[in-house]
Ligand binder design. Structure first.
Ligand SMILES: [Zn+2]
Length: 83
């Protein structure tokens, strides 16, 4: 998948763990494996911090959505054309 620089719209190319554009803008790869392409605020706080990423990972890996997924599966089977 190709990405463009959110600052200048030039193509971002991978250079090690950094995506860079030809105009010198660069975006580091987070330890969690994603690239945060949001432009930072003047306060320097943007995106999710490590605690937020870890909390989300814990929540999503704990099957908290399993009852919802199961019920949706039941409803899909109930209302599908072929039964
Ligand atoms: Zn750029």
């Amino acid at each position: 998948m190709d990405f463009v620089c959110p600052k200048c719209r030039a193509e971002l190319k991978l250079d090690g763990n950094v995506k860079k554009c030809e105009n010198g803008h660069s975006f580091d790869r987070a330890r969690a494996g994603y690239y945060n392409l949001l432009l930072g605020s003047s306060g320097g706080v943007h995106g999710d911090n490590r605690e937020m990423v870890e909390a989300r990972r814990r929540f999503l890996s704990a099957d908290n959505y399993l009852p919802l997924a199961s019920r949706l599966g039941e409803l899909a089977a109930e209302y599908s054309v072929d039964g």
